[in-house]
Design a protein around this ligand. Structure first.
Ligand code: MIC
Ligand code: SF4
Length: 648
């Protein structure tokens, strides 16, 4: 039987398990990437494994998130990361070189290989025919140590793109259309494999916009075939050598087929506060806007900035709008600087800010109180911008610039003749800000500033869990709710005791005090608990505060993995309505929990306050149960000495 693209790549990387949707499989990882905000923990964990050098084909450490240096913390972290990279065989992309996903696509992504990254938008490189997956830092550390990565074998959905996009309609509108149809949980347990005639016309950077934001669908990853477009892109990057033809067999089977007629799409917009709250831009026309931002790993490519510059040329940004532009990489910035496009943007009144994640993660550029911000980014969760009551909309760069010029949300189709971007023969290639590892690692000393605190430890699972429900939340709670980011909190990513003071800060100001007073306890969640980012701090910090289990209606994939990696039980209700029988403040106990997990017996939650008993369940594999019993993945690794050859 013919194979689809996903099956082809996974079968070549299969370490154990059967490639049947829903079964646990382990795959080998060729490449890893980390960024600074998740990287410090990942490397502390890697260090704890005692392995002298990474065992991957390629590992790259990027600095792109914590770029505002308002105190010593962020620079300390950068220096730590640079020294770790030098010592352990990792390439180091210096601050200023670009956003991890954009640079990885440009300089390292390799068709047919696997990439594991400690950032949820790692699937960006699926635009270049990789199986690229986002994970918690600990999983990435294990991959660097040569361990496999465990996934639930996904269902594969073919997204068949037909026809051609109309002028002013873009790749961003394609992924917004999918989000409109499928919602933020529509991709759970799936990989989206793109195909069809329409896919052939999309450039690699357009494809990367789509695979990037596939993360917002909750998908494991998204992938495009490796074809003539891929060859063209790789040639322009001077990397044609890594190209190979990679496509699904004609007789390949899919679990689902989604048809999109590109010709019928219109410019779309995601309204506050969720990437799936999508409607047509034409329906939102006229809303007054204070801020427009171009950038982020979704839309900050050469193409995106050239379009922005062409639209701005000879015009001015509306007097009441602030327009920020943050290029995705130094390559992009250098090219627009050289060809004059940057000057056009500056002349129009754009605030050109650093090559970094910047406003996307609330690292500066917070909108004004109650302000409207229209962004070419991928996430608009409440408060993420740094302003609690800001209204953030997500659009294509084309819609964003039309809006910046007019001062109100605008349909780019009213902007006149469409713009054609000319590409040079080659991109500017200068890898001097990517530092190779040392050839004499024994001479490299790790530099650890005072912001870098050791990892907290977790005890093995006791026979019984007991405590109070510390907080009950609703559906689609994001990791930005659990562990906020932004300029104030992000510098504490290497210091769990300090960062834990901010857990659920925006949901319930008393949460941390309550957790401390009660010596920990339980969390109750709705559907898709923990969607969004891969930050393991959303599990590590609650663990530090004594959270023992989260009982939710369902979990987002990466957060569920992070919970169990740090020994917190991810449990679900056997009967969904039992969600109503557990309330904040209730005292509960899970008797005999360890035995019940290992024997497969039903798990009981006794609500002592309400004198009721309910059943909860889980989808844990025997390996995952073992991990929980040991008190997390690090303990499990240490005890089982799973990494054969570890420390040698
Ligand atoms: C994000 O977009 O939310 C982040 C910041 O890139 C995160 C990682 C983090 O929290 O450090 C992600 O997407 O995984
Ligand atoms: Fe950075 Fe934003 Fe992309 Fe996350 S989504 S990696 S914060 S640009």
């Amino acid at each position: 039987m013919g194979k689809n693209l996903v099956q082809k790549i996974i079968s070549l990387h299969l370490v154990s398990g059967k490639m049947k949707a829903g079964e646990e499989v382990a795959i080998s990882i060729d490449q890893t990437l980390t960024q600074d905000a998740t990287g410090t923990m990942a490397y502390l964990q890697f260090e704890a494994m005692g392995i002298p050098k990474v065992k991957t084909k390629l590992s790259v450490s990027y600095v792109d998130h914590n770029m505002l240096q308002t105190g010593f913390e962020n620079f300390d972290d950068h220096v730590f990361l640079q020294s770790i990279a030098k010592k352990y065989g990792i390439y180091f992309s210096k601050p200023g070189n670009g956003i991890c996903h954009q640079v990885h696509l440009e300089r390292f992504a390799a068709p047919g290989e696997t990439l594991l990254g400690s950032d949820s938008h790692t699937p960006t490189c699926g635009g270049l025919g990789m199986i690229a997956i986002g994970a918690g830092g600990l999983d990435v550390a294990i991959a660097m140590a040569g361990g496999p990565f465990y996934i639930t074998m996904p269902k594969v959905a073919l997204v068949r793109l037909n026809g051609t996009l109309q002028p002013w309609v873009t790749a961003k509108d394609v992924i917004l259309e999918l989000l409109r149809r499928l919602t933020v949980k529509g991709g759970v347990g799936k990989v989206f494999e793109y195909g069809g005639e329409g896919a052939k016309n999309l450039t690699v950077t357009e494809r990367a916009t789509i695979t990037n934001m596939g993360a917002e669908l909750g998908a494991l990853t998204s992938i495009f075939p490796c074809d003539a477009q891929t060859k063209k892109y790789l040639r322009m990057q001077g990397r044609e050598g890594v190209w190979k033809s990679l496509k699904a067999d004609p007789s390949a089977k899919y679990d689902e087929v989604i048809e999109i007629d590109l010709a019928t799409l219109e410019p779309l917009i995601a309204r506050p506060h969720s990437p799936d709250n999508v409607c047509k831009v034409s329906e939102m026309k006229g809303i007054k806007v204070q801020q427009v931002c171009i950038g982020s790993c979704t839309n900050s490519s050469y193409h995106d900035l050239m379009v922005a510059a062409a639209m701005l040329k000879g015009r001015k940004v509306h007097p009441e709008v602030n327009l920020t532009v943050s290029p995705g990489s130094r390559q992009v910035l250098e090219m627009v600087a050289e060809n004059g496009a940057l000057a056009d943007m500056i002349a129009a009144g754009a605030r050109v800010i650093e090559v970094a994640c910047g406003p996307c993660i609330g690292m500066g550029q917070a909108p004004p109180s109650g302000g409207v911000s229209v962004r070419s980014f991928n996430r608009n969760f409440e408060g993420r911008s740094g302003t609690a009551d800001a209204q953030v909309y997500l659009v294509s760069p084309e819609t964003a610039i039309a809006t910046a010029i007019n001062g109100v949300i605008s349909d780019p189709r009213d902007s006149g003749a469409p713009i054609a971007i000319k590409y040079p023969k080659s991109f500017i290639i200068d890898d001097s800000m990517i530092l190779p590892p040392s050839e004499k690692p024994e001479e490299v000393t790790i530099i650890r500033g005072p912001n870098i605190k050791p990892l907290p430890k977790k005890e093995p699972l006791p026979d019984m869990l007991k405590g109070d429900i510390l907080l009950k939340v609703g559906d689609n709670i994001t990791t930005d709710h659990i562990m906020p980011a932004g300029a104030k909190v992000l510098p504490l990513r290497s210091n769990i005791p300090a960062i834990s003071e901010f857990v659920f800060e925006k949901v319930d100001k008393d949460f941390v005090n309550r957790a401390k007073e009660k010596g920990g306890g339980f969390l109750i969640g709705g559907v898709n608990y923990g969607q969004g980012s891969s930050r393991e701090h959303a599990a590590l910090a609650p663990m530090y505060l004594g959270v023992k289990a989260v009982i939710a209606r369902s979990f987002a994939r990466i957060h569920r993995a992070n919970l169990l990696n740090f020994g917190i039980l991810p449990l679900t209700f056997e009967n969904e309505n039992d969600y109503n029988l557990l309330d904040q403040g209730d005292s509960i106990e899970l008797p005999d929990i360890k035995n019940r997990l290992t024997s497969g017996d039903k798990i009981i939650v006794r609500n002592i306050t309400k004198n009721k008993e309910i059943k909860v369940t889980h989808a844990l594999t025997p390996r995952e149960i073992d991990i929980l019993c040991f008190g997390g993945l690090l303990n499990y690794q240490a005890q089982n000495n799973i990494q054969s050859g570890a420390g040698k």
